[in-house]
Design a protein around this ligand. Structure first.
Ligand code: 6LW
Length: 498
């Protein structure tokens, strides 16, 4: 069967996966967005359906006024004795914690904290014991992949944290995951930083604390030397064995926006790469250690069809699954109906490191038409292409001195500029329209069947290379106003990918 990468498109970084029965479950990091840690399920590894989030309550995660790309870093999902565990780090508060559930479709527990340094925690269960690992510095001052035993009920450390591997020599050793395969312990990690030099490396040992011997051809997976251009930055992944005993890596990567444009604005996405174990017990991955846009492989039955949802509307998405807020929202300012959204603006704007009235859905592909009807009484409301508080493009309607106007505002670092405004004769039945391509967004407003272009902006200024950080563009519907009677009504939302 031939399948295409990414298998989950848009800003869903740092995937971790586990399998229970014949179903796979996958989680991703979510940073300043809430609910935290999107959760997906799949029966075939190529079609993933979001079934919820792990962090759905304010009591589980501190996101109040946290920095963009802070908050919830890379998670790990594991299953043991009938219970699912998800562990992650709140990078802003420097705390590792885990939550658990016995019902994957239900709520997860309150957080249980583990006192170890670093990021990217993972769990490994063996003989009724739980081992906790992350990157960081151990109790003896050595940095690397650090491991201790914990009490799974309380999170309390039962042994000192000890460095078990220092990597293959690349910078930013992170993302450790431990597996026991055919009696040996495999430690898979990432190195190189989550940019163009990213890579997956691994080591193997006869016992859980080593000595770990690095694979002699590390990195086992990297696209840093791949010809062509699109799939870059592959790394940070988790190994999984499928129903037919084949092995795979689910890992992150990103799609560069153009051959001569080394930028990516859609965030880091989820890629699937086949893994082959040799007779000597060492494994290789992908096409000669690289991840390609598609793989033709008999690991997956020919009757599996990879489907892709191309159209997103209010009616065919779920507010709780597909949409997200910036930090913890004040729910009183949101009325989420089946085919209508009503937002109450506050004086918190998109430029604030706070929770403006905003609800967003990830931009999943380069080419798209995004449109929505927006009606306001006062203040401002519209669509934002949001990377962070200093990098976002807004197409909005706002109240002006003698009526209403449509505006295109660009926010690029310290430059914040309303590029164009068009006076609206009639404020009803206004549709805001954004056309997206690899390199450009265009912004238009349509009233009474007359469409006017406000302007264009390059995608690259919303990219990770320009904005920094770890997120990707989210299409946000927002409202702001200093007048407490301001309500904005959004109908007929469409995001159509080509
Ligand atoms: C994550 C780290 C990384 O915790 O980026 O690509 C960090 N890898 O493992 C943020 O996503």
């Amino acid at each position: 069967m031939k399948y295409n990468n990414p298998v989950i498109k848009g800003f869903y970084p740092d995937p971790s996966v586990c399998k229970v029965g014949d179903t796979y479950y996958l989680v991703c990091s979510s940073f300043q967005y809430f609910p935290g840690v999107p959760l997906f399920e799949s029966k075939d590894l190529v079609n993933w359906k979001q079934i919820g989030h792990c962090l759905t309550r304010k009591s589980q995660v501190q996101l109040d006024k946290i920095n963009s790309s802070g908050g919830v870093f890379a998670p790990t999902i594991r299953y043991n004795n009938g219970r699912f565990y998800m562990t992650t780090t709140n990078d802003t508060t420097h705390q590792h914690f885990y939550v658990w559930t016995d019902d994957i479709y239900g709520e997860w527990s309150e957080p249980i904290y583990v006192d170890q340094s670093g990021i990217d925690p993972s769990l490994f269960f063996e003989d009724n014991k739980t081992y906790f690992m992350s990157n960081g510095i151990d109790d003896y001052g050595v940095s690397g992949i650090v491991q201790c035993e914990i009490d799974i009920e309380s999170g309390e450390k039962l042994t000192p944290s000890k460095t078990i591997w220092t990597g293959s020599g690349g910078r930013y050793l992170e993302s450790p995951h431990m597996y026991k395969i055919n009696g040996k312990y495999y430690l898979v990690a990432a190195e190189g930083g989550t940019e163009y030099g990213h890579m997956v490396t691994y080591a193997r040992a006869d016992s859980l604390y080593g000595k770990f011997e690095g694979y002699e051809n590390n990195p086992v997976l990297t696209n840093r030397n791949l010809g062509g251009y699109e799939v870059q930055g592959v790394g940070h992944g988790d190994l999984i064995q499928d129903n037919y005993d084949n092995w795979w890596l689910l890992h992150l990567g990103f799609r560069q926006s153009g051959q001569w444009e080394a930028y990516h604005h859609l965030g880091r996405e989820v890629f699937l790469t086949p893994v082959i174990f040799g007779e000597d017990g060492w494994f290789t991955a992908g096409d000669n250690g690289r991840t390609t846009k598609s793989f033709e492989i008999n690991y997956i039955n020919n009757d599996v069809i990879q489907k892709e949802k191309k159209h997103y509307t209010f009616e065919n998405t779920k507010w709780d699954n597909d949409w997200c807020y910036l930090r913890i929202p004040n729910k009183k300012n949101y009325k989420l109906d089946k085919n209508k959204l009503i937002l109450k603006g506050t004086d918190i704007t998109l430029d604030d490191v706070d929770s403006p009235t905003f609800i967003g859905i990830r931009q999943r592909d380069f080419n798209a038409t995004i449109s929505c009807n927006v009606e306001i009484t006062d203040g401002e409301a519209g669509i934002t292409l949001y990377m962070d508080e200093n990098h976002h493009y807004d197409l909005a309607i706002r109240k002006c001195e003698n009526g209403y106007e449509a505006i295109e505002r660009l926010n690029i670092g310290d430059i914040k500029s309303v590029e164009k405004s068009i006076y609206l004769e009639n404020k009803n039945n206004i549709s805001l329209i954004i056309n997206a391509s690899n390199s450009y967004y265009s912004f238009s407003v349509k009233s009474e069947n007359e469409e006017s272009i406000l302007g264009y902006a390059k995608t690259r200024y919303l990219s990770s290379e320009v904005a920094g950080g770890f997120t990707g563009v989210v299409i946000g519907l927002y409202a702001c106003a200093s007048n407490s009677f301001n309500y904005a009504e959004f109908t007929n939302f469409k995001c159509m990918y080509k």
